[in-house]
Ligand binder design. Structure first.
Ligand SMILES: C[S@@+](CC[C@H](N)C(=O)[O-])C[C@H]1O[C@@H](n2cnc3c(N)ncnc32)[C@H](O)[C@@H]1O
Length: 370
């Protein structure tokens, strides 16, 4: 079950919508066409608003149609109705397109568009791009849904991506995302054999699973959330194998706590590693307030570099390639780091993000990454 919202937009000569009479004429023309598509349509409210008017109509099965006429020459028509999964839609996208073209003709609009129906339910069908554009996924099942002490954890099934981990309503990784892990670790370009590695976050287990194939000396994965690992161990086996099940092996262990605590412990022990991976959520879980996100990022970078050998590398995912401002801010942080660092960037299209993503390879100046 879901609520379907069909959005139709029209533009016309503003002079035709300049006063109440003009708006009434255009509305009457629209209503004539609408009545053919939404049975039992009745005008229930006619509201004058600043810059135009709003008409609300009710129809069969509780359908609501709101028509907003803007005196600047815009008309929006929103049709909203409740739909059971087994029912046919009241208005399919195909009929919405026909409705749009009929209305356009009737009101002699200059331009028009019909958006695909938005299906609103608490099912998790829509997720954002990094620059906050709406993406619709072909999700047909929610396999896991739990609130941990740290975040809202969902595993959903997408027809094209397989199972997908979603944390706090943001897509994290799917079964189709090997490219994410391989780009993060620069597979084929880096040699992990015999190396000591720390993963910050990485609760889905994919990075640990892939790194272990490269015969490292030891990998510490520092993940705060037990529930993420429980969910991925059950539903994302194809990307993490049994590393989350075992928790400890001859050359790896998973430490369940805030990564900052473990990194600080490593600092006190004077331990230094060859690689550190930043595989935290885009908004990492921290004691700091949300407003201090950048402060947390800087602290984690600072601390991480203190447990990195001078020849070591810090590898992390950045942001969507279209999120230029955020990427630039991150790079500004890197450029101000003490001791100085240099960085390289790699871009890859990540299937479950439905966009290009930027990955960073950072090393101490004088020990360039390539
Ligand atoms: C699932 S991984 C993968 C990141 C990812 N590919 C993305 O899109 O953001 C991110 C993990 O970082 C963990 N995490 C966030 N903040 C953390 C912290 N302070 N310490 C340890 N783990 C943390 C989350 O629990 C989560 O499991």
């Amino acid at each position: 079950m879901s609520v379907h919202t069909i959005l139709l937009d029209f533009s016309m000569d503003p002079a035709r919508l300049g006063d109440e009479n003009g708006q009434k004429t255009v509305f009457n023309q629209l209503e004539t066409v609408l009545k053919e598509y939404v049975p039992n349509l009745l005008l229930t409210a006619d509201i004058k608003v600043d810059g135009g008017s709003l008409k609300i109509l009710t129809g069969k099965k509780g359908a609501i149609v709101s028509v907003r006429l803007f005196d600047r020459g815009l008309v929006t028509v929103n049709i909203e109705y409740y739909k059971e999964d087994c029912e046919d839609p009241l208005i399919s996208f195909k009929s919405a397109k026909i409705l749009e073209s009929q209305m356009k003709k009737y009101i002699v609009a200059l331009n028009s568009q019909a958006l695909t129906p938005i299906k609103r339910c608490l099912f998790g069908r829509y997720y954002p791009t990094s620059d906050e554009r709406l993406l619709e996924y072909d999700i047909d099942e929610v396999l896991f849904d739990e609130q941990s002490p740290f975040q809202k954890i969902k595993i959903v099934h997408s027809k094209s991506l397989g199972n997908m981990l979603v944390l706090d309503d943001l897509q994290n990784i799917s079964e189709a995302d090997l490219i994410y892990t391989e780009t993060l670790m620069q597979r084929g370009k880096e040699n992990y054999e015999g190396k000591e590695i720390v993963i910050l976050g990485g609760g889905d287990g994919a990075l640990l699973y892939e790194l272990l194939k490269e015969k490292p000396k030891y990998v510490w994965m520092l993940e705060i959330d037990e529930v993420v690992m429980k969910a991925c161990n059950k539903y994302m086996k194809s990307i993490c194998g049994d590393v989350l099940e075992q928790r400890k092996g001859p050359n790896y262990e998973i430490i369940v706590e805030d990564c900052m605590l473990t990194v600080k412990r490593f600092m006190q022990e004077g331990r230094k590693v060859d690689y550190i991976f930043g595989d935290l959520t885009d908004i990492p879980i921290s004691d700091a307030d949300c407003g201090e996100l950048w402060e947390f990022m800087i602290n984690i970078l600072d601390a991480a570099f203190k447990i990195l050998k001078t020849t070591g590398k810090f590898m992390t995912h950045g942001n969507g390639a279209t999120s230029i401002d955020s990427l630039e801010m991150y790079e500004q942080v890197l450029m101000k780091m003490e001791p100085a660092v240099v960085f390289h960037k790699t871009k890859a299209f990540v299937p479950s993000f439905l966009e290009d993503w930027i990955f960073y390879q950072i090393s101490f100046k004088g020990n360039d990454v390539e």
